[in-house]
Ligand binder design. Sequence first.
Ligand code: ADP
Ligand code: ZN
Ligand code: ZN
Length: 728
Amino acid sequence: MSLELVAVAVPVPLYKTFDYLVPARLRGRLQPGMRVKVPFGRRQLVGVALEAPREAGGDLAQYRHVEELLDEETLLPREMLGLARWAADYYRHPPGEVIWALLPGNLRRGQPARLPDDAGLRLTRSGSAALAELPSRKKALRSLLQALGPGPQPRSALPRGPALATALESGWVETVPAAALPFTLAETPPELTPEQSAAWTALQATGGFDVALLQGVTGSGKTELYLRRVAEVLERGGQALVLAPEIGLTPQLVARLQQRFGEGVAAFHSGMSEGERTKSWLRARSGAARVVVGTRSAVFLPFARLELIVIDEEHDPSYKQQEGFRYSARDVAVLRAQRLGIPLILGSATPALETLHNARTGRYRRIELSARVGRGAPPQVRALDLRGQTLQHGLSAPLLDKVQQHLDAGGQALLFINRRGYAPMLLCHDCGWIAPCAHCDARMTLHRGRRRLICHHCGAQQPAPSACASCGGKNLQPVGEGTERIEDALRNRFPMVRTERFDSDRLAKKGELEQLLAGIRSGDIRILVGTQILAKGHDFPGLSLVGIVSADQALYGADFRAVERMGQLVTQVAGRAGRSAGIQGDAAPPAEVLLQTHEPEHPALQQLMRGGYPALAELLLAEREAAGLPPYSHLALLRAESMEAELPLRFLAAARELLAPHADGVMLSDPVPALMERRGGFTRAQLLLQSGSRAALQKLLAACVTRLDGLPEARKVRWSVDVDPADL
Ligand code: ADP
Ligand code: ZN
Ligand code: ZN
């Protein structure tokens, strides 16, 4: 009998897969997508078979044997193996680590994977017979069997308790998969507004692969359209994936989906325990979960019958993984939808420039919702010129007066500042010393509540000093402002009303955000100070004033996406304001959005104030085109860092030499220090690869990346490739 070899992906940082011999006892059983235990060096690893075993001849002495087969059924379907292969190639990441990223922790460690799809229950023939003879005192059992009389039911619709266990044991009741359950809506959907109806018709206009950009502010009824699109899929017995940018936004989406569909809605994100995550993963795989709401990593769930993907807030930077396997969930979703021939909906009030560009060139269809359901359009943003104004903790007198006015009129005010802590610098007024981070090219942020200096880049902490480290002087002053300082200032100025801060420091505890949100809705909280946490998802009908403490930093930011981000955040925050018809917002005065700036004439701000985000996007796209930046070119970044200061640049110089002969149609920058050269004790540098052609860039990476580790200069250097980097 000839021997068989199988290609296995093992979780090691190497750009290859490994062949193993298939022992006779596993012949005919080993399928692609099953996990195996294999020897690797002196270790034993769990890997995944990537292909069907193949006949092999010749000298096979160099190969080792698969030791154990861990799955009876295919765990990763063919579709996932193909997607993983694509992602490993495109993002230039070791294939074993990519496969690894697709598996929840339990399964990585080789724990058995059962694929339960027992979402429903059905009465058996013996159950029907038993029902007729059951004594009436067996109440629970009777009502259970009776409930199943008309047909299969989801577990959730049935009474819980020992009766079910008895019925299952006696064979009176058996489980059925989710797809066998009749599809019913748990609530009647609202009638669509005329604008939603038009959008709905447009959404349905195509079949197969199709990317629709659904552009509309928060509250314009996008989610209602997602729900209807999901309903169509569930009716056919398909599955849907809904992505949200943040863990905090998943509960409300899950709740809405459950309200509409009842059974079969699962969540998947890193805030869940490993056990819960594994369960959702297996339920997606078996089909028991009909809809999954998840964050970034859910784009790699191994659905049995995926027929729709929705990405809410598609512009959000958190869809890009910034460490290790650096993928963009949005881009992976587009590719996955394309491979499966299914529709994808991208929802946002402020689409990414890449997405707008794709809509312009006709690759995506753009569908707009301009009004908010039951409410007017959000107010326009107006500039508040800070030049010549005296500032109290960063707040100008006209802004504070506005807060007063809105409070007097029964409104709520939101002050937005995207920086945590009390102040971003602690300055000695005697000698000019500024508290630095010992490990980064950065200043320590003063957190006054905790009386600590914290570096927001590496996490280093120390007690806040009472004297200058340089001259010993006691005259230390916080410079600039963060959320804590604004909160303090407003509490002092408006002691009669409740002011609350919303940032990740304040909301560390579970359930806290929900409590505070309830306080906002009830009108108990009158002033909100917060970071971008407040910009997303939540709806505040009584909010009448939005004050943006500062946007100036973004105007001078070195990152080419800084202004785009600023425009998105400002627009999102502004969208929180506005009176709602009917509800408690009745009392609120007309909404206003004010943006404090020292540069009211800046073209970007002008565009934003005149024409909103769409006008700003026009300007930015023109700028990007002129500068040859994405979406008009494609980028990859080779990053390097080391504890030894001179090594990263030396490595990148060598890398550049290796790349240069292959760089056909790709521009290579010189190796340069990173924007923050020292971070967390590491010295960092980077090399930018830029091309008008994605294919040319990919070709270069394919030819060279696997050889970088072979460079002598790669020793003692940590390097990584970032394809389509989010920031430079
Ligand atoms: P978005 O996803 O754009 O923020 P939603 O779909 O969440 O918008 O809609 C905003 C609010 O309006 C929600 O409370 C939703 O239940 C409600 N809503 C949406 N569409 C309708 C409709 N056609 N009729 C009545 N209420 C609606
Ligand atoms: Zn000093
Ligand atoms: Zn630091």
